[in-house]
Design a protein. Structure first.
Length: 311
């Protein structure tokens, strides 16, 4: 039986603070504080499940009640959680403060211990990857775990799609990034990777540059997100393109990059071109940033429908 898209990575709890008015960095800002389930990989698996696909999540959590809540919610979304294990330090924490525009202005992250994922892969990796439609990873994970995943994927001829959350760490894994089918990052991260500054460029200016860089570096595919400007993409043969944004009212920008990556993964896994996959990603991201579930959105609006033709 197919395990759908297999997502491998960390689970976090996000503690998010929203000011009532304009955020004052040195001031005492009145507002709202809440806790929501987070983490790049956990967000990605939920986003994939929200379009009525049945993904599998390989992760670790701790023994707390919130970890139980995480698993129960994923089960309700019909995610296969049978490969999630509990360890003492398995749950990460992300503390973030937002501006009145929905952008992160300050954050601190406590990373979890993911070593148990290596054990899961040693014991059950063959059965997990053999029946996967594709695999997604956070390229910031420990390199020995990434190598396990990539070795298993190559053994069973599965595509691996990678997202970046910390390019400083990811740059130490360049040789592993070249083994992925597609790498997704933002413009600042792409600048770090290629030792350049892309943040002031337009999509029309950046796209041909990324096309040349990807061809030279021999990355199979790469997508660079540009916030409200959309995204650009390129393939190993030097071809490139632009994905325009979908303009919506912004409530909370966190999770938008994860949702975009989820859409790209869905599209590429089920036969879409890279440009088409980016358009799916843009639609998914727009649904996340415009969600108005009080101040802690992490669900797909009922009115949003996304159909993916797998065949």
């Amino acid at each position: 039986m197919s395990k759908g898209i297999v997502v491998i990575g960390a689970t976090f709890v996000d503690i998010k603070g929203y000011p009532e008015g304009k955020y004052v960095p040195a001031g005492r800002n009145a507002g709202t504080v809440c806790e929501v389930h987070g983490g790049v990989s956990r967000n990605v698996v939920e986003d994939i499940a929200n379009v009525e696909l049945r993904p599998t999540f390989v992760s670790v959590v701790d023994n707390s009640g919130i970890s139980t809540d995480v698993i129960n919610k994923l089960n309700r979304h019909k995610v296969d959680t049978s490969y999630i294990r509990r360890t003492e330090d398995g749950l990460g924490t992300w503390l973030a403060v937002f501006s009145h525009n929905g952008d992160v202005v300050a954050s601190i992250s406590k990373r979890p211990d993911l070593s148990e994922i290596s054990t899961i892969l040693k014991e059950q990796g063959d059965e997990i990857i053999a029946d996967a439609d594709a695999v997604t990873v956070d390229i910031d994970m420990e390199s020995y775990i990434l190598k396990q995943i990539l070795d298993l994927a190559e053994k069973y001829h599965k595509q691996v799609y990678a997202v970046v959350s910390n390019m400083s760490i990811a740059m130490e894994r360049r040789y592993l990034m070249k083994r992925t089918a597609c790498l997704v990052c933002n413009a600042q991260e792409a600048g770090l990777l290629f030792s350049d500054d892309y943040e002031k460029l337009s999509p029309e200016e950046l796209a041909p540059i990324i096309g040349r860089k990807v061809k030279s570096a021999q990355y199979p595919r790469m997508v660079v997100t540009m916030g409200e400007q959309g995204a650009v993409y390129a393939e190993i043969d030097g071809s490139f393109g632009i994905c325009p944004p979908i303009n919506v009212a912004v409530v909370d920008t966190t999770g938008a990059g994860d949702a975009f990556f989820s859409g790209v993964t869905i599209g590429l896994t089920y036969g879409k071109t890279l440009g088409e996959a980016c358009h799916i990603g843009a639609r998914l991201a727009s649904s996340v940033i415009s969600t108005t579930d009080n101040v802690c959105p992490r669900f797909m609006p009922e009115e949003f429908e996304l159909k993916v033709d797998r065949f």
